[in-house]
Design a binder for this molecule. Structure first.
Ligand SMILES: Nc1nc2c(c(=O)[nH]1)N[C@H]1C(S)=C(S)[C@@H](COP(=O)(O)O)O[C@H]1N2
Ligand SMILES: [Mo]
Length: 343
């Protein structure tokens, strides 16, 4: 059998699509672009775009795997090897980590173990598909780190800093994203902070509005009428729970699990359902207006997951344009199912 090309839980994006995730724009700044290498090094230095472009160029074909479950295989990037810049800066022997910092409003960052970044062939990318990286794609200079979820590939690179202690990146610190991020080991999130017992007692109140509950364990429970408005519920597990009439308005449900859940008349207005799985759920009367669906699953597509039937009806509310965020296989299933209920 050929080796699988898609890590577990990933879906292929259409060839002509490249979803934008996280920040959409770099910080406005009139100074010309430059990249500075500093920290635990003997010779910090700064490069202009022209300096970067004049260095030896490397081509690399990279498989992109976003933590929100979409993938693009074989994307041809070119740029300068991080190893090349690191060597010139003469790292101290104590330099064990590398942080990448963006020219963006929140100074977005991410970090890697220096040795791993070099082994993975981390690329200071300038081009994709033979053309300069567009701003939208993280250009003019973007880190590309193959073999890690795409949140390790920083857009709008401005600073490379070598450090002796790890500086957790933006998503790793604020969203519980896993600090190693190997897609083949499905390292999407750090362990949730809460025990099953704590989750159980918290859920008894049926009010978790506005709370931050990464990887909440709430499977197989009676949670009808739950108020989870505005809650941060990335990777939460609501499989087979009864959530009739629950309110998830504006909640972050990235990668949440709703397989087999009763979601009749539940409300997901303006919720983030990127990478969430609703296969086998009962969605009759549910409101999904304003929700985002990048790589959301509505149907089980592999036999291994079993063929649970998702239930939709004509009372369900959703924006047809938002369905464009679905990956092709899911898009086809949902469009066919909607056509059937609306007949
Ligand atoms: N500067 C910056 N870089 C970033 C992010 C961000 O918000 N800001 N998001 C990360 C995440 S989570 C992903 S999946 C990829 C998304 O890249 P794309 O928008 O080109 O798909 O960028 C990564 N790099
Ligand atoms: Mo991501």
């Amino acid at each position: 059998m050929a080796a699988p090309q898609l890590p577990p839980g990933q879906q292929l994006a259409a060839v002509d699509k490249w979803p934008v995730v996280g920040e959409r724009l770099p910080r406005h700044d009139n100074r010309p672009w430059s990249v500075r290498i500093s920290g635990a090094v003997a010779r910090p230095f700064e490069l202009s775009l022209a300096d970067l472009a004049a260095r030896p160029r490397v081509r690399q074909t990279v498989d992109i795997h976003c933590v929100t479950r979409w993938s693009k295989l074989g994307v041809p990037f070119s740029g300068v090897l991080l190893a090349d810049l690191v060597a010139q800066a003469r790292p101290d022997s104590s330099a064990r980590f590398v942080s990448f910092i963006a020219r963006s409003e929140r100074a977005h960052s991410t970090s890697l173990v220096l040795r791993e970044a070099l082994e993975l062939g981390a690329l200071v990318a300038l081009e994709v598909n033979g053309a300069a990286l567009e701003t939208r794609q993280g250009g003019p200079v973007r880190m590309i780190v193959g073999g890690r979820y795409f949140y390790k590939s920083l857009k709008w690179l401005e600073r490379v800093e070598l450090t002796t202690e790890d500086q957790l990146g933006y998503w790793e610190r604020t969203a519980g994203y896993h600090n190693v991020a190997d897609p083949w080991r499905e390292q999407r999130y750090m362990a949730g902070a809460m025990s099953r017992a704590e989750a159980r007692s918290l859920l008894e109140s049926r009010d978790i509005a506005g709370r931050n509950l990464l990887s909440l364990e709430a499977q197989g429970r009676d949670l009808a009428g739950l108020n989870a408005a505005g809650a941060l519920l990335r990777d939460a597990d609501f499989r087979r729970s009864s959530l009739r009439g629950a309110c998830f308005d504006r909640a972050n449900l990235t990668n949440a699990h709703f397989e087999g859940a009763d979601l009749r008349d539940a409300s997901f207005r303006d919720a983030d359902l990127d990478g969430a799985n609703l296969a086998g759920a009962d969605l009759r009367g549910a409101c999904l207006l304003g929700a985002s669906f990048c790589a959301t699953s509505f149907f089980a597509t592999s036999d291994a997951e079993g063929r649970e039937d998702t239930v939709l009806d004509e009372h369900m509310q959703l924006d047809v344009v938002a369905l464009e965020g679905l990956m092709p296989a899911q898009h086809a299933c949902v469009v066919a199912a909607l056509a059937q209920v609306r007949r």
